[in-house]
Write a new protein. Structure first.
Lengths: 281, 372
């Protein structure tokens, strides 16, 4: 697309974002304010992730974009097409193993990530305490004092009332034993994948103008209690397409008489397994 | 069996083609030109420029056309363009006192130096549909030009009050104001950033918040000290020249609300100001902005903040319609991963409740029903 810099943002903006990212990496889990730009895609649709991706990506990179674990969901298609348009030379892929940068909304790929890969999360609400204390001036103070009693009490109340923690996604994590962090609305099933991941994890919240990061091999602990340990949830069942019994499943309603089946939410993972099965047969 | 839920490439292309067709409408009707929008839908253009934070009537008209008249979508288009523009320099502060006035009214005084100038306003029109407009009309007869009168710009009403010592002085500052499009706002934001935020805030939001202060939620007692509309010169001092040069004119609307203040231990009773300044002829937003500016000055004036309109963080965080509409509309995006985990959580909770119920039923003897 003519008239725009590589990956849309001008170089000065990219440098500003990379500086903020360096700070975020240096203080894992801490939210760093940044001068978020208006993007040609709407707020809430991944502007933070897009700005982070645009700032770290180069023409020699290979980009994968997923939404709900899938490469072919409309928003993932739209963002991948955006980068294909504004970043000439950039390769795109649907294979987790081939990608150097993966932008995601709501999932972490099933295929384990490796060193050198960057996982960019789209974050709607970076402040993990916002439902308990809406004032960011106050939550900033709570983070400074590492005062996370509000969240512990909330989890306790969930357990007392429902026998389990109520949040099944966006379950808060402690990063490096210091900062309480929102993992973005990934299912709690994905939380353990963040712990000591060899990949660099970057988080961008465009509308809220915050960035944060989890450097490779950092401790990421899902908040819980000794006598009520964190339990990730998934639908009981196997994928109808590839037979996986350990992946996160989407439920597909097949008719109006209660018929349903489950399929892998991670389309690349599922496709690989189907291909392997066919090859074996 | 599994086809409908995913697969976007072709769907998006078809949707965009259909959108283009819908935008054009019936091809037998002549296409609307951006020049027609710029000249005839001026208040829409003004609103898009104000909330898009970019003074360019031609681009605003294009955005309105492209957005099929959805002004928030048009504002979004203009913002996304604006953000790519280089910053060549900062102008010197606008001198609205030297405005070439086309409208200027005060509700505080019956008559005043410089006079009341009604200008082209909807005020005092009867809101009766003019069916003559639906027919292809000729241009209306030209209005008689008024006697330009004195050359000097009319004095400001707040200046008249200040001369009497009745207007609270503002904190003057030559500090470079922040830029909320470049630096995230931290709270407390301070007045300069607040005004910046309000100047591009959603008109409907500002109107409703300002209205709430009139209905007792954060009461103030406003008078339109002065509302003026007209063209002001924009000047720049390029460092290589070292002197000021005029680079163009802006059409702006400025509103100065005058509010009673009972005084405090250190300040005598006097009037305080609420200030609004917006691009174009968007008078409603200038007035709403002025009310909101005053409502948000509570901390500075020792008032307790009780209502939403007085809460700086609340107002500033929710005024931007591009942010708000994006986040609201993102609910249309798929959420089935999260919803799936919610389904599992609800099922697990229901199973636990069921198990508890049957355990109780098994261990407890049948109870007699309550009497009566």
């Amino acid at each position: 697309m003519s008239g725009y810099n590589f990956a849309y943002l001008d170089e000065a903006t990219k440098r500003m974002i990379r500086r903020a990212l360096l700070k975020a990496v240096a203080v894992p889990g801490h939210q760093v304010p940044f001068g978020s730009r208006e993007m040609p895609l709407p707020y809430g649709w991944g502007t933070g992730g897009i700005q982070v991706t645009a700032s770290v990506i180069g023409a020699e990179d290979t980009l994968k974009v997923i939404d709900q674990g899938a490469d072919d969901t409309t928003n993932a298609v739209s963002i991948r097409r955006f980068f294909a348009r504004v970043a000439p030379g950039l390769a795109t892929t649907e294979r987790t193993a081939e990608a150097t940068v993966i932008q995601t909304r709501h999932r972490i790929p099933e295929t384990p990530l490796r060193e050198g890969q960057v996982l960019v999360y789209q974050v709607p609400q970076p402040e993990p305490l916002f439902r308990l204390e809406p004032r960011r001036s106050e939550t900033r103070r709570l983070h400074a004092l590492a005062d996370y009693g509000l969240m512990q009490v909330k989890l306790y109340e969930d357990i007392a009332r429902h026998g389990r923690v109520g949040s099944s996604y966006d379950h808060p994590v402690m990063v490096n034993g210091r900062y309480l962090m929102s993992p973005s609305p990934i299912p709690s099933f994905d939380n353990p994948k963040m712990h000591r991941s060899p990949a660099l994890q970057l988080f961008g919240a465009g509308r809220e103008r915050r960035l944060y990061a989890v450097p490779p091999y950092t401790e990421v602990r899902s908040l819980d209690f000794e006598d009520h340990p964190f339990v990730p949830l998934r639908a009981r069942g196997r994928c109808s397409l590839c037979g996986a019994g350990d992946s996160y499943l989407d439920e597909v309603v097949t008719d109006d008489r209660g018929g349903r089946l489950f399929v892998c939410s991670d389309t690349d993972f599922c496709g690989e397994r189907q291909a392997m099965r066919e090859a074996a047969e | 069996m599994y086809v409908a839920v995913k697969g976007g490439e072709a769907a998006i292309a078809n949707a965009h083609a259909w959108l283009a067709e819908e935008r054009r409408g019936d091809a037998r009707v002549p296409e609307i030109g951006t020049d027609a929008i710029r000249e005839q839908l001026t208040l829409a253009v003004d609103r898009v420029m104000a909330e898009g934070s970019l003074y360019d009537p031609g681009l605003a008209a294009l955005a309105i056309k492209q957005a099929r008249g959805d002004l928030i979508e048009a504002i979004f288009l203009l913002r996304a363009y604006r953000t790519t523009l280089p910053r060549l320099g900062a102008s010197t502060p606008l001198d609205t006192g030297a405005m070439t006035v086309r409208r200027r009214v005060s509700a505080a005084y019956k008559d005043l130096p410089g006079g009341q100038v009604l200008g082209p306003t909807f005020d005092y029109t009867h809101r009766l549909l003019d069916f003559a407009l639906a027919a292809e009309g000729l241009a209306p007869p030209a209005t008689a030009e008024a006697d330009p009168g004195e050359d000097a710009a009319p004095p400001r009403v707040t200046g008249l009050l200040a001369a009497e010592g009745l207007m609270a002085a503002e904190d003057a500052s030559d500090a470079e104001p922040g830029d909320l499009t470049r630096t995230p706002v931290a709270f407390p934001a301070g007045r300069a950033l607040r005004l910046q935020n309000l100047a591009r805030g959603d008109e409907g939001f500002l109107l409703s918040m300002a209205y709430s202060t009139q209905r007792g939620y954060g009461n103030n007692h406003p008078f339109v000290g002065e509302l003026r509309q007209g063209e002001v010169a924009v000047s720049l001092t390029p460092p290589e020249l070292g002197f000021e040069i005029e680079i163009g004119d802006l059409m702006v609307t400025e509103c100065q609300m005058v509010n009673q203040f009972h005084g405090s231990r250190t300040e005598p009773p006097q009037f305080t100001r609420g200030y609004g300044l917006v691009f174009g002829r968007t008078e409603r937003r200038a007035m709403a902005m002025a009310l909101m500016d005053r409502a948000l000055r509570g901390a500075e004036l020792g008032e307790t903040a009780e209502a939403p309109a007085q809460d700086e963080e609340f107002v500033l965080s929710h005024s931007d319609n591009v942010e708000a509409t994006g986040f609201l509309e993102h609910l249309k995006l798929p959420h089935y991963v999260d919803f799936q985990s919610e389904l599992e959580a609800v099922r697990a909770m229901r199973a636990a409740v069921e198990a508890e119920r049957s355990r109780r039923a098994a261990t407890q003897p049948e109870m007699e029903g309550p009497e009566g």
